[in-house]
Ligand binder design. Structure first.
Ligand SMILES: Cc1cc2nc3c(=O)[nH]c(=O)nc-3n(C[C@H](O)[C@H](O)[C@H](O)COP(=O)(O)OP(=O)(O)OC[C@H]3O[C@@H](n4cnc5c(N)ncnc54)[C@H](O)[C@@H]3O)c2cc1C
Length: 625
């Protein structure tokens, strides 16, 4: 009988990363999906990245994951968001061709000969003595495996709502997954119910784009992946999005459907994403707002479908259409598909460990939407970590956990495991306390070494990185020594609207001024003849990193010092077997929470809501003894 090393349930963003990582590490992988053609389907917006999510994609890529490559190959618009703000929040985002994204995902998987794709529905998780032994299909077949990564997305007992109509389904046109929740509840897990929604899809030919604000991509688009060949990028023709707004008339029409809204009438029980509310929710919660911005985003190159970003709704179909027709540019609009909401089961993530292995069942991992997150990137990041850890366990290697100070992925998983969540969790830059260290530009410098050690990153990519490291350190050394005279630089400074200098100044000091762009400074007469400067000017990735390192040197140094101070607590380990009920000195809430969450370190314990400084002191004394 065939026994898989790692069996991944779900061909979504989490499942793809889990399967690719485990197979690349040498495991025999089964990847089951209910619909093979829907591999990596972008269930909602045809876009990857964005604020903080773009950071996750860069980190996934730096570790050897595949989302960045798929997004680059299917991208029809690329933008770096938040460029007017500090570099910590610069975030890459792409608009993607939905169909090509799925095709590219399939191609990437086909490059992994150790992955077997299976099109079936799994109805139960099979265990023996709290250890995984297999999974059962809806046809009653038992598939044997040593471990399972469950990435079932919005499919577990999925229920879709539009107005008064509710139908079973995981997402538009796809069946729900039944049986798995019930089999997990029998094993002692707790589940909850969440909700998310999607906007209507419109016919591009019925929209008057000529009166709307056009939003093109960047002139100099940047790929997500460090591996993407810049010379042939972007690979597909690039398109624009358009911007329009709702107004009070639109809001009034939407309000006429509130008595049939599955949200407001209480038919939807699941909690929705606070940060990505439906249009009806926005009207109620932000009643003082006269209008809401809408982005009209193309779903692909050979389709007329337009996604109305900002207009997610589950109001009755006729109300959606009537309201849309009052939006500027949409007067004659044809709605091809109405928006809808989907409710699904999730498993509060305090039930998994930092490796994403469940605390109850040995060899069972949860990743993606099932852990209460929302978003493709959050799912992919978890899938990668779960896949790595499932494979590591089979191969007898160390577990792989990223720290909060190393990666947004570390922040994401630590937040989930330590704080759990009762509403859909999405990543924000504000969730990362060390965000100046976790920039999108330096993801490779933070993580590629791990990807290489794990066997996920090729040695050519590591060699490229090492080459860049040399360029960066040599450039910084040079700019800390090389001086510019007032005569050489003052006309440039004057042109930039900043004070001239009276005596020669080193480049690193000048480059700290907010008005100065390092590249412009280096392009001044005479500089680019320097061999090292010419080399840096030819290498955009290194140039950007040198600029940030110089400009924010003081802040970065301070951030590293803070991380070092906190590290003492992160390194103070707590045995998982510790029985907190014996520690009578702890506060009763502290005792309950510690017993429930089972933190691995004092640092992690201190982040659990309800744990007091005195609980931490008691734990420290206990561990010392
Ligand atoms: C209507 C809708 C609106 C959304 N809106 C947003 C939004 O506004 N913002 C946002 O960030 N995210 C949104 N999302 C969520 C986003 O799609 C998910 O976060 C992301 O796709 C999760 O990835 P995943 O890998 O966990 O699961 P998914 O991408 O959902 O993939 C799940 C996979 O599991 C398979 N599967 C499930 N159960 C079984 C089973 N029993 N047997 C075999 N295969 C199984 C499915 O076939 C599928 O391949 C929305 C999703 C939907 C459906």
């Amino acid at each position: 009988m065939k026994v898989y090393d790692v069996f991944v349930i779900g061909g979504g963003h989490a499942g793809i990363e889990a399967a690719c990582a485990a197979s690349k590490m040498g495991c025999q992988v089964g990847l089951v999906t209910m619909e093979k053609d829907a591999m990596g389907r972008l269930s909602c917006n045809p876009a990857i990245g964005g604020t903080a999510k773009g950071h996750l994609v860069r980190e996934i890529d730096a570790l050897g994951g595949v989302m960045g490559i798929i997004a680059d190959r299917s991208g029809i618009q690329f933008r770096m968001l938040n460029r007017s703000k500090g570099p910590a929040v610069w975030s890459p985002r792409s608009q993607n061709d939905r169909k090509i994204y799925s095709l590219e995902a399939l191609k990437v998987i086909a490059n992994h000969p150790k992955i077997e794709i299976i099109q079936k529905s799994i109805v139960s998780i099979e265990t023996e003595n709290n250890k995984i032994i297999g999974v059962k299909t809806n046809e009653g077949e038992l598939i044997a495996t040593k471990s399972v990564v469950l990435c079932s997305g919005t499919f577990l007992n999925g229920l879709m709502h539009t107005g008064m109509s509710s139908v079973s389904g995981g997402r538009f046109g796809e069946m729900p997954a039944t049986g798995i929740t019930e089999s997990l509840l029998k094993l002692g897990f707790e589940s909850g119910r969440l909700k998310t929604g999607t906007p209507p899809r419109l016919n591009a030919n019925s929209i008057n784009f000529s009166i709307l604000e056009e939003q093109p991509g960047d002139d100099d688009p940047k790929p997500f992946s460090f591996k993407t060949d810049k010379s042939s990028f972007p690979f597909l023709p690039q398109v624009s999005c358009h911007v329009t707004y709702t107004d009070q008339t639109v809001h009034k029409i939407l309000e006429t459907g509130f008595d049939k809204s599955p949200m407001f009438t209480g038919r939807i029980k699941g909690i929705g994403p606070r940060y990505c509310p439906s249009i009806e929710d926005k009207i109620v919660r932000f009643a003082e707002k006269e209008k809401h911005q809408l982005f009209l985003e193309p779903e692909g190159l050979d389709t007329n479908l337009i996604y109305v970003n900002g207009f997610s709704t589950s109001l009755p179909t006729e109300v959606q259409l009537a309201a849309l027709k009052k939006v500027r540019g949409l007067e004659e609009v044809e709605m091809i598909r109405p928006g809808y909401a989907v409710e699904y089961d999730f498993f509060p993530p305090n039930q998994v460990d930092l490796t994403l292995e469940t605390k109850i069942i040995d060899g069972l991992y949860f990743a993606g939407q099932i852990n209460g997150t929302s978003g493709y990137e959050e799912a992919a990041a978890q899938g990668l970590i779960a896949g790595i850890n499932a494979a590591s366990k089979i191969l007898g290697r160390n577990e792989f956990v990223l720290k909060r100070s190393e990666a947004y992925i570390g922040v994401l998983i630590d937040d989930l495991v330590t704080k759990s969540t009762e509403e859909p969790y999405r990543m924000f830059t504000s969730r990362a306390e060390h965000r100046l260290l976790l920039r999108q530009d330096n993801a490779d410098r933070r993580l590629t070494k791990y990807g290489f050690e794990l066997g996920l990153v090729e040695k050519e990519m590591l060699a490229e990185l090492e080459k860049r490291e040399v360029i960066i350190s040599k450039s910084i050394e040079l700019f800390n020594q090389k001086k510019i005279s007032p005569k050489e630089i003052n006309p440039f400074l004057e042109m930039k609207g900043t004070n001239g200098i009276e005596s020669p100044e080193i480049i690193s000091k000048l480059s700290k001024r907010p008005e100065i762009k390092l590249k412009e400074l280096l392009l001044l007469d005479g500089f680019s003849e320097d061999e090292k400067i010419a080399e840096l000017l030819n290498d955009e990735i290194s140039l950007e990193q040198v600029e940030f390192e110089l400009k924010y040197e003081g802040y970065i140094k301070r951030e590293f010092e803070t991380v070092k101070k906190l590290e003492r607590y992160e390194k103070t380990r707590i045995p998982l077997s510790l029985n907190y009920s014996n520690l009578k000195q702890l506060s009763s809430e502290g005792r309950d929470k510690l017993q429930r969450f089972k933190p691995r370190s004092i640092g992690q314990a201190s982040r659990i809501a309800g744990i007091t400084p005195s609980d931490i002191s008691i734990l420290l004394v206990y561990l010392k003894n």
